[in-house]
Write a protein that binds this ligand. Structure first.
Ligand code: HEC
Ligand code: HEC
Length: 519
């Protein structure tokens, strides 16, 4: 089954929401009745016979890609860590969600869905290990790619939209701190996990727990030791942004047993909306990885810890995901007032000035014609850090033949020195804008680059500003409330420069922005 290779691709990666619990085993105590494969856990829910939208939806919103021994954490251990380290993680799943910007869900004891009964945030899922029957906590795509859009007077959960609050690297950093805490040892973790499993009726078979606890501790320590250098650089990253290339570089380095050099400036990537997927051939802001979309859409999980072998053994996951992503149902019309006369005047101006890069759109906002291209940095003139994050060393590692399993190479990576113009469907709901979220609103993007404010406070919890079409900002120096953060465009990676195209329209820019609201 010569399919997808382990290359990269720059999805979010890095996540490893739940860190990796290296393989369980091989030290399964002798005398155990049922011998198990101590390195491989393949829950039935990851087996797909036929690639369908429904299977893709389940992966995206519920099960994720899988490989629980590598990407997951045994649930009793996860609960033990919440209890032992509330100062790092929060004491409950809800507190954890608030702290790291996951979309929280209230525990729904009557729900048929165990994840909801447990009150896990959207994006986290329990899958049963068929070897030990222990539930493992894994993550799915919706952890990063779903957002509750709020506006004055309403809100809506939208699957696919980039989560603008999530702090993936801060979460990893908390786990890294636990990994070196003195109480992260077998006795302490085992006794709390056993008590919690007992109290809450979670399967935690006595014949396996000792092994599971020690293997998990070892796996977590190894994972975070290898990521210490990365975390040093990214732990204070802004919400909704991921150091995708840098995270991938660490994963590649481990697979290849060599250092992969990264650029001196982090190439922060805002989590994008997946709505443009159907129109595109690449997945990243810089268009740096090419290949069949079925392969691109799963490859990033390598950086989250999934094994190449896992992807090969589950060949229909990518096909299912891409079928689903091509047809994501979406009903997300601009909730404010639109001056329809002005928007109608904006449409032909858009088609003249913008469509050559961003394509044209139906009246309901769906893309009509869009041809993906890469706009060179010296033309678009936006912050170069994300494009430059793809170093020669990274390109060589990502394309290394040693990563090919099964002999065929489907994804290739290159340094493009440019950015792909995003598909603009539902653009009103997607602030902050640009590959790094460098522009808080369409009003700012429509301002001449030299006159854009560059340092401001983002009101992370405030409903969207429908006037300026974007996130709410305040002057730098304003006291920070919960979810607020300072964004400094004088720092490399977040420069607000470039893309003068809307401002260049002068008086016509208002009509174009009015038209954008309708997409
Ligand atoms: C850790 C958060 C995270 C997770 C989890 C995640 N992504 Fe992403 N995704 C990102 C980021 C960040 C990017 C932008 C990458 C870049 O350009 O550097 C991205 C890009 C994408 C894109 C491209 C969108 C576009 O048109 O520009 C698609 C499609 C996508 N991800 C699908 C998925 C799927 C499918 C999964 C689950 C298997 C997933 N993602 C899991 C963060 C994440
Ligand atoms: C030469 C090609 C080009 C033209 C012309 C162009 N854009 Fe863009 N646009 C881009 C690129 C490339 C980006 C991504 C830049 C980045 O993230 O650094 C972008 C980003 C954007 C974004 C932010 C998208 C997001 O998902 O955050 C909006 C909105 C936008 N453009 C609107 C327009 C409008 C309106 C026009 C016409 C007045 C226009 N653009 C003209 C290339 C172009």
């Amino acid at each position: 089954m010569a399919m997808r290779r382990a290359t990269v691709l720059a999805l979010g990666a890095c996540l490893c929401a739940c860190s990796s619990a290296g393989p369980i085993g091989p030290a399964i105590p002798s005398g155990v009745p049922a011998p198990i494969d101590a390195t491989w856990s393949d829950p039935a829910e990851y087996r797909i016979d036929r690639a369908t939208e429904k299977e893709g939806e389940a992966i995206f919103e519920r099960t994720g890609i899988g490989d629980p021994y590598r990407t997951g954490l045994p649930y009793p251990i996860f609960l033990a860590l919440l209890e032992m380290h509330p100062e790092l993680l929060g004491a409950t799943p809800q507190a954890l969600a608030d702290r790291f910007g996951f979309t929280s869900r209230r525990a729904a004891p009557e729900s048929a869905d165990r994840d909801e009964r447990e009150g896990l945030p959207l994006g986290l899922h329990l899958t049963d290990d068929p070897n030990t029957r222990v539930p493992f906590l894994v993550h799915n795509c919706a952890l990063c790619h779903s957002e509750v859009v709020r506006w004055p007077g309403g809100e809506k959960l939208v699957v696919g939209l980039g989560n603008r609050r999530i702090r993936v690297h801060a979460f990893e950093d908390a786990l890294a701190k636990i990994a070196v805490a003195p109480d992260f040892d077998k006795e302490a973790v085992a006794s709390v996990a056993a008590r919690l499993a007992q109290d809450r009726g979670i399967r935690w078979p006595s014949e396996y727990r000792g092994t599971i606890v020690s293997q998990t501790i070892r796996g977590v320590k190894e994972r975070y030791a290898s990521r210490a250098g990365l975390l040093e650089r990214v732990r204070d990253g802004l919400p909704g942004r991921v150091a995708t290339i840098e995270s991938f570089a660490v994963a590649l380095g481990q697979l290849l047993h060599r250092d992969v050099e990264t650029s001196p400036t982090i190439g922060w990537a805002r989590i994008p909306d997946t709505i443009g997927y159907a129109q595109k051939r690449t997945l990243s802001w810089d268009g740096g990885s090419e290949g069949p979309s079925d392969a691109l859409v799963v490859d990033a999980d390598i950086a989250a810890g999934a094994r190449v072998e896992w992807l090969y053994k589950h060949p229909l996951q990518g096909a299912s995901l891409s079928t689903f992503l091509r047809h994501v149902p979406r009903d997300l019309r601009f909730p404010g007032a639109i001056d329809t006369g002005l928007a109608a005047r904006g449409k032909p101006i858009f088609e003249r000035a913008c469509a050559k890069c961003h394509g044209t759109y139906e009246d309901d906002g769906r893309a009509k014609s869009y041809v993906e291209k890469i706009v060179p940095l010296d033309y678009v003139d936006t912050d170069p850090a994300r494009a430059l994050a793809v170093t020669d060393s990274f390109v060589a590692a990502a394309n290394d033949p040693k990563l090919v399993v099964g002999g065929m190479r489907l994804v290739t990576t290159r340094r493009t020195m440019g950015y792909v113009p995003p598909v603009l469907t539902n653009i009103w709901a997607r602030a902050p804008y640009g590959h790094a979220g460098q522009w808080p609103s369409l009003a700012v993007l429509a301002t001449k680059p030299s006159q854009r404010p560059s340092r401001f406070v983002i009101r992370g919890e405030a409903p969207l500003d429908l006037e300026r079409v974007g996130v709410v900002t305040a002057d730098p120096g304003t006291p920070l409330g919960p979810g607020d953060y300072v964004q400094d465009g004088n720092v490399d990676g977040f420069r607000v420069s470039g893309h003068p195209f809307i401002a260049d329209l002068g008086n016509d820019s208002k009509a174009v922005v009015e038209y954008l609201k309708a997409l």
